[in-house]
Design a protein around this ligand. Structure first.
Ligand code: B16
Ligand code: MG
Length: 229
């Protein structure tokens, strides 16, 4: 476990950490699933959190045993259709959609000289950050189109750490998805998990909700885990 004084930056997942775009992803996937006459369940919706676009479609088709029914071209067209619907839905995002506590935390880390970057599987991340009015809080956004592997592979968090120009032990990664927590830990960063899904991957730090995230809380939790208090 690292010392709080070593920490110089943060890598942020987007959906479920900064804002709740999952509800829009779910709406768009549900609509597509209904048009393709495949099954949908809340459990399936949860499993798609943090998973890239084509992998999500493959999981939806596989849940109904239809993973081999369509050609790559057809599947590509389905993901475009889903994304067109999703992009329509996210037009209504405003700064009021930032999750509780996150605006204050971003201000706090900026004031104290920490750097931050985005490690989101979403190709729509730049658009969403702009709508939320927080683009300037981040030194960079990893382009998911440049990745060979999705979460739980560490690649996206390694690249987000490189954007910060910091070593892994100087970074805390924030994630709500189990696959994301695994990716942070595999990248050698300290994972701050948020919510139940993240807990299952045993992050070094954990909060139930974004509202709890402050530098003071992080410092305190790191000290407890080091048995210093
Ligand atoms: P897009 P995150 C993920 O965001 C979402 O949780 C996941 O549901 C979505 O399929 C994925 O981004 C790709 O998003 O279709 O917009 O490129 O949690 O990694 O910020
Ligand atoms: Mg997420």
């Amino acid at each position: 476990m690292v010392d709080f004084s070593d920490i110089k930056g943060f890598t942020f997942d987007l959906d479920g950490v900064i804002t709740d775009t999952a509800k829009f992803h779910e709406q768009a996937w549900r609509q597509l699933a209904s048009e393709l006459h495949v099954n949908w369940s809340d459990e399936l919706g949860n499993q798609l959190k943090g998973i890239g676009r084509m992998d999500s479609l493959n999981m939806i088709l596989a849940a109904s045993g239809e993973q081999d029914k369509y050609s790559e071209e057809e599947k590509q067209a389905f993901t475009v259709q889903k994304n067109t619907h999703y992009v329509e839905l996210i037009q209504k995002i405003t700064p009021a959609d930032i999750l509780p506590g996150i605006t204050a935390f971003l201000a706090e880390i900026k004031d104290r000289g920490y750097v931050a970057s985005i490690a989101s599987a979403s190709k729509n991340a730049p658009k969403i950050l702009e709508k939320l009015g927080i683009t300037d809080n981040f030194v960079g956004i990893v382009d998911p189109a440049t990745l060979s592997h999705g979460k739980p592979d560490p690649e996206i968090f390694i690249k987000a750490g490189q954007l910060l120009q910091l070593e892994p032990h100087q970074i805390i990664g924030l994630e709500d998805a189990s696959a994301g927590v695994q990716a942070i830990k595999a990248a050698g960063q300290t994972a701050l998990g948020i919510g139940e899904s993240a807990k299952s991957a045993d992050p070094q730090l954990w909060v139930e909700s974004t509202v709890e995230i402050t530098l003071e809380k992080i410092e305190h939790e790191l000290m407890i885990s080091e048995n210093k208090v």
